[in-house]
Design a protein around this ligand. Structure first.
Ligand SMILES: Nc1nc2c(ncn2[C@@H]2O[C@H](COP(=O)(O)OP(=O)(O)OP(=O)(O)O)[C@@H](O)[C@H]2O)c(=O)[nH]1
Ligand SMILES: [Mg+2]
Ligand SMILES: [Zn+2]
Length: 292
């Protein structure tokens, strides 16, 4: 019954039409005109109230990513392949920093472990308390671990094109039947331009966003982090930043910097600090208007 009042979650948004999944069914809805007047647009992932086929209320957002527009993510799974493409720590750390900034749990998923060794990536993130999973398609248990991570939560997959995101999602839930390989890349570009995001309900509970992939360029243009806020996005720095000699320490190269010292002593992975320093330099170049 369309006229009844119900609440649910927006799973798809296309041309001003929203698909809302609620416990009593799926509704195709429009948004109340007043939202537009206030400059609010409902997004995939929003918890909403629907009445008479119209979205009348939007629940407060726990978090929001701009591109693709997704609200209320519990976690982002960063899919990294051991080879083709090879891992890029800087890009990975940029995405992880954005997730931390927004309070979304980052998880690192390592694929193509049959073609290369995933331990270098795994060790870095294990050591700083970020969850990692190595996927090996000859080991059903590893796919089961991903399934369990996704169960009951709203998640998004991201990572380089060709890293194996769709392959993994299909293994987790074969009913998704996502395109993989070359076909996917051709379709991917088309979908990319439409900025279309969609949440799929998983057989094991929970929702997963099939996104066209957050590209490198987008990290630089959207979701910028100020240099002063960057250290807080590197969780393993937290126990040291209060012990630096200077209060305005940038944690890049200062004398008496407790972070730099921890890097030298091997208590913070060197790779992570390198990413931090590069991002800090980039953040320094940002103009105020870019941070609006
Ligand atoms: N050997 C091996 N090949 C894999 C593995 N995972 C994925 N592949 C292959 O890698 C290619 C790319 O996989 P996709 O799942 O399409 O990658 P994707 O991340 O979804 O790529 P986009 O959709 O373009 O972003 C496909 O040919 C897969 O068969 C793996 O664990 N081992
Ligand atoms: Mg894909
Ligand atoms: Zn410092």
């Amino acid at each position: 019954m369309v006229s009844a009042k119900t609440s649910g979650i927006i799973v798809k948004c296309l041309g001003g039409l929203y698909t809302v999944e609620s416990p009593d069914g799926i509704y195709e809805c429009k948004a109340r005109g007043v939202f537009r007047a206030k400059g609010i647009s409902p997004a995939v992932g929003d918890s909403v109230t629907v009445s008479g086929g119209v979205i009348t209320e939007i629940g407060e957002r726990r978090n929001f990513i701009i591109r693709p527009p997704l609200a209320n993510l519990d976690q982002i799974l960063f899919v990294v392949s051991t080879v083709s493409p090879a891992p890029n720590f800087l890009i990975l750390d940029k995405f992880i920093a954005i997730a931390e900034y927004k309070g979304i749990e980052p998880v690192v998923v390592i694929t193509k472990t049959d073609l290369g060794d995933g331990s270098a990536v795994r060790e870095v993130y294990d050591s700083i308390g970020i969850k990692t999973v190595e996927v090996d398609y000859d080991d059903a248990e590893s796919v089961q671990r991903v399934r369990e991570l996704l169960s009951g939560r709203i998640s998004a997959f991201t990572g380089n094109s060709g890293a194996g995101k769709s392959t993994l999602l299909n293994a987790v839930d074969p009913s998704l039947d996502l395109a993989t390989g070359e076909i996917s890349r051709k379709l991917g570009r088309g979908r990319h331009t439409t900025r279309h995001a969609e949440l799929y309900k998983l057989a094991g509970g929970g929702y997963i966003a099939d996104t066209p992939g957050f590209s490198t360029f987008e990290t630089n243009r959207y979701d910028l982090i100020r240099k002063e806020e960057l250290a807080a996005c590197f969780r393993e720095f937290a126990e040291y930043t209060d012990s630096c000699r200077f209060r305005d320490c940038s944690h890049t190269c200062e004398k008496g910097c407790a972070v730099v010292e921890a890097v030298e002593q091997g208590r913070i992975p060197k790779k992570r600090h390198e990413s931090y320093c590069t991002m800090y330099e980039e953040a320094k170049q940002l103009k105020e208007w870019e941070l609006k």
